[in-house]
Design a protein around this ligand. Structure first.
Ligand SMILES: [Zn+2]
Length: 134
């Protein structure tokens, strides 16, 4: 059985600050550098959602996927401060935590383990990828 995967690309712009209350201000600065700036900073995030192709009716399915991602991810995060998102409370808003949160939001909405992988491009050089727990 061969399996084809299809990836859709989405975008949102958001602010965040890399910081953890478990470290002192000096330690935060040492670990996160300018990303620890108290005023925060922004990124133009790109989200890549890869699902198992359903075959012939894929065009239909992709518009459902677009609706799902727009409702659950883009409307939630676009032009927001990620540090204020309740699901990220107590976590550092790293790409690792953001990509896992997006997976955790989308995965239950896609039947039959259809979600294959989520990718988040944070900067020109930073890409995070998550495929759930093996
Ligand atoms: Zn950043």
């Amino acid at each position: 059985m061969s399996q084809v995967y299809v990836t859709r690309r989405y975008r949102f712009c958001a602010a965040h600050r890399l910081h953890t209350d478990q470290l002192s201000p000096e330690e935060n600065w040492a670990v996160f550098g300018k990303c620890n700036n108290p005023n925060g900073h922004g990124h133009n995030y790109v989200v890549l959602v890869t699902v198992k192709s359903g075959g012939r009716e894929e065009a239909c399915d992709l518009s459902r996927l677009d609706e799902l991602v727009n409702e659950r991810i883009i409307e939630r995060f676009d032009h927001r401060d990620l540090n204020s998102d309740p699901a990220l409370a107590g976590l550092t808003t790293t790409g690792e935590n953001i990509v896992k949160l997006i997976w955790d939001i989308l995965e239950p909405q896609l039947p039959m383990r259809r979600l294959h992988k989520v990718g988040v491009i944070e900067t020109r050089d930073n890409y995070f990828e998550y495929g759930g727990v093996a």
